[in-house]
Design a protein around this ligand. Structure first.
Ligand code: NAP
Length: 281
């Protein structure tokens, strides 16, 4: 199988490593706006060689679209228009806008919309790591709109990386990712800004940052190039969950002002029930 990765960063590069290592791909071609990223990807052996988008389409069995989600809106219709029997899948974090753009495309069936629930806070080809998807879950979105053979190839691709698969429609996907993943990022960005605003002494931040602060603020290292397009595309769902988050912060604030530590205790205890859900995995 010849696979092209369009956008050879953290996700595309990590997929390239896994698919080459497990033998699913015989050859990996890289396509990217940045020649520097392509050169790094060749040096790190993430890809065998780089090519133009047209050459990659002509030579590939499967194309993986792994650019930021705004770039996908232009690239996906262009790729679909040039496809014959090849399959294209995306790995984007939002689904409704992209799926709507290609809804009536004559080659819509060759596209499979996916979102692997794996990642780190780092970007670019240098951030790509082996086994990123191992034991993780991927969401396949609106699978009934994809051709049966295209769907089967994409399922095989994820299964080869030891990923489990779940299915959702595009609207549910965007709501659930806003509630769990997108709010976590905003919360972490806001926490980093809070600490930077209140504590001007960088040495003190470094000295006092225990593992709690490090793990809570980890996501604030994530790139705005990737996240602003996600918030733009999922604005309404993110606003909905952000309102709830602000309510929760306001509750803690109000209890502290009232010195109602019994109720404060109860809220923390209630929040601890997240452990039962997370630790079940
Ligand atoms: P990344 O590390 O920044 O990689 C994206 C790559 O795409 C970069 O090399 C970028 O080049 C390149 N690119 C940008 N515009 C392009 C275009 N028009 N044509 C070709 N290449 C282009 O980002 P990532 O974290 O891998 O994310 C990629 C996708 O995966 C996003 O859609 C994201 O929503 C999704 N995703 C991310 C995570 C996560 O945790 N990071 C998890 C699941 C899914 P430049 O650096 O020069 O811009």
């Amino acid at each position: 199988m010849v696979i092209s990765v369009i956008g050879i960063g953290l996700i595309g590069g990590s997929m390239a490593i896994s698919l080459k290592e497990n033998g699913f791909a015989e050859r990996i071609i890289g396509v990217d706006v940045s020649q520097e990223n392509l050169d790094k990807a060749v040096r790190r052996r993430l890809i065998d060689d780089d090519a133009s988008l047209d050459d990659a389409i002509a030579q590939s069995d499967i194309l993986i679209l792994s650019t930021p989600v705004d770039a996908m809106k232009k690239l996906l219709p262009e790729i679909l228009s040039k496809l014959d029997k090849q399959v294209v899948l995306d790995v984007g974090s939002t689904k409704q806008e992209l799926n709507a753009i290609v809804e009536h495309h004559p080659n819509r069936g060759r596209f499979v919309a996916t979102h692997p629930m794996a990642g780190t806070e780092y970007s670019g080809p240098e951030a790509a790591i082996p086994d990123l998807f191992n034991g993780k879950c991927t969401v396949i979105v609106d699978e009934h709109l994809s051709d049966a053979d295209a769907l089967e190839k994409v399922r095989d691709l994820y299964t080869s990386m030891d990923c489990s698969i779940t299915y959702m429609d595009a609207q549910s996907h965007d709501i659930h990712t806003a509630y769990v993943s997108h709010i976590s990022h905003i919360s972490s960005f806001a926490l980093a800004l809070t600490v930077l605003e209140k504590e001007s002494n960088e040495k003190r931040i470094f000295e006092l940052a225990g593992s709690g602060f490090g793990s809570t603020v980890r996501l604030a290292k994530s790139s705005p190039d990737m996240w602003v397009p996600i918030f733009r595309q999922n604005r309404d769902n993110v606003l909905d969950v952000l309102d709830e988050h602000i309510n929760q912060l306001a509750r803690f604030r109000s209890l502290l002002i009232k010195k109602d530590y019994d109720r404060f205790y109860e809220l923390i205890e209630k929040s601890n029930s997240i452990r039962k859900i997370i630790d079940k995995q």
